[in-house]
Design a protein around this ligand. Structure first.
Ligand SMILES: [Zn+2]
Ligand SMILES: [Zn+2]
Length: 280
């Protein structure tokens, strides 16, 4: 047999073995929907039920400023004209109205957040990191800015919760976003919270967040920061983090999250007129 013939035979053999191994892996570990965790028939990230709902969530417009969640310029409850984030808006992948809502899109968005926070297998984290990376880069490109003097950071989970779930989802999200965007990742904060934000009212949340986040010892804060959080409800956490970073010398703070609360018309606060890049 000629050398060429041998190579071709080797190539076919390699392909056959590769296909067989892939088939066995798929049989042993069938692909599952990133959001609902149901088994998938096709090589996809979302199942046939979740995909159209996720697309609706991504397309949804804010009822107050009529922009999508990435570009919405409205502030949450704790964000006023004088807060630490200042005139910067919060980019999100989608809106949600409230916990316990029976709206299927709301439920899907919250289900994804839960998957990111609790599922040990990191497919939901990678999925959100990819979507967030896309939105972050889009914002920078549209504004004609470079990401060179920006870093990515996150409000860390309390030690108790890290022990309970075995990982800090904020850290994992940041690491993947850094990998996908090339923006540097830096761990900047500590969380000494004893109480979870979930069951507190808005003023208690603010008090709890303000006393929880501190800059890590021997950490140099410089340049601007993209702060990645899972969910922004009242803005208490983002505000506390932005305030800690700015007191330590950070420039701009750009918050991004998976989901943020949707504004209702009757609770309208004046939306920021300037985009988040504008220096104060
Ligand atoms: Zn699904
Ligand atoms: Zn808005």
């Amino acid at each position: 047999m000629t050398k060429k013939g041998k190579n071709r035979k080797g190539f076919f053999l390699f392909n056959a073995v590769f296909s067989l191994v892939s088939y066995v892996i798929r049989l042993l570990f069938p692909p599952k929907c990133v959001i609902c965790n149901n088994m998938l028939l096709k090589e996809n990230e979302l199942c046939e039920t979740c995909l159209p709902l996720w697309e609706s969530a991504r397309r949804a417009k804010c009822p107050v400023c009529h922009k999508t969640a990435r570009a919405c310029i409205c502030r949450t409850f704790h964000m006023t004209d004088t807060d630490s984030v200042g005139d910067r808006s919060i980019s999100a992948l989608g809106f949600y109205k409230k916990f316990g809502s029976d709206d299927p899109v709301d439920r899907l968005v919250l289900r994804l957040v839960t998957a990111v926070k609790t599922r040990e297998e990191k497919s939901a984290i990678r999925f959100c990191a990819r979507e967030l990376s896309h939105e972050i880069l889009k914002t920078f490109i549209l504004d004609g800015r470079s990401t060179a003097d920006w870093r990515i950071t996150f409000p860390p989970r309390s030690k108790k919760r890290v022990r309970k779930y075995g990982f800090d989802h904020g850290k994992e999200l940041c690491k993947y976003i850094s990998k996908y965007t090339g923006i540097r990742y830096q761990q900047t904060l500590t969380n000494s919270a004893v109480l979870s934000q979930k069951h507190l009212n808005s003023l208690e949340r603010k008090k709890n967040a303000d006393s929880s986040y501190r800059i890590r010892k021997k950490t140099k804060i410089e340049g601007n920061y993209i702060v990645v959080d899972d969910i922004v409800t009242t803005g208490a956490t983002i505000n506390a983090v932005a305030s800690a970073l700015k007191s330590a010398g950070a420039g701009s703070v750009y918050p991004v999250c998976i989901a943020k609360t949707k504004k209702k018309k009757r609770r309208l606060r004046r939306p920021a007129e300037r985009p988040w890049f504008t220096a104060k």
